[in-house]
Design a protein around this ligand. Sequence first.
Ligand code: PMP
Length: 298
Amino acid sequence: MYYDNNTVIYFNGNFVKAAEAKTDLYGQSLHYGYAVFEGIKSYHTENGTKIFKPKEHYDRLRKSAETMHIPFNYTTEQLTELSYELLKINNFSNAYLRPLLICSPNMGLSKGQESYLAIEAWEWSNGYLANKMRIMTSSYERPNPKAFHVEAKVSGHYVNSILACQEAKDKGYDEALVLDSNGYVAESSGANVFYEKEGALYTPAKGSILPGITRATVFDICKELDIPVYEKFFTPNEMRGADAAFFCGTAAEVVALESLDDVAFTKDWDNSVSSLIQNAYRNLVVGKNLEEFKLQLR
Ligand code: PMP
């Protein structure tokens, strides 16, 4: 359950009870998936509750809204402040925040005239990370970048994610690896992907992916720790049997992959560069620096 009778959300200018908030049934967002959203995490740190990269997330929300012609009237500073206030009201520290921008009633196919912003939040402890994931190459492709603005975080895109994720689950896997329309690896249903070979990391180049904020953070970690990392287009065949691989995203953080299409990644996870990235990311989100990892690499 995401909320109870006491949970408060931000909705269109007010803090209101989640259980009492209402929207209409005549909106383009509900009917056509014409809405944009974000997924943000906050963490309990030595310096209190800290939202990880709020500027990057709220800048992306604005960009997604602009790309989709949905009116958006908030500054990133306002949204960050509202988010901290929401966490405080609900007494949340380790939490997931879900800002969602929806449109006013309109059954037509012209752009949204008015929009409403909701920010929902729920407590999140890291259960997701416990196991290594077995993944399969999806029979679904990611949305064609000539049909959708794939770099925007648009609700409707996630119908594709649901199909891919459910197909993988129905076949006994944990997640899907979804390709682009040229047969190159793109991403999973809700996270970016990296694989490791001989100490270097590889990730799909931009074009058919949502270029994640976590993906950018992995690049920053690699730069700081002097780990070679490359963007390129590659097939699942190139990735199968690599030394190690991981998914990364705000919700997933950095999650180890066990196998792709039943072909195991070969290196012991704990001795991989990928595992170092996973641990470094866990440090960064709680405001710690990466000095201990630099020492490990010497
Ligand atoms: N790709 C998709 C399709 C996603 O839904 C997400 C999660 N937002 C990501 C990648 C990772 O993005 P981020 O690191 O910004 O959460």
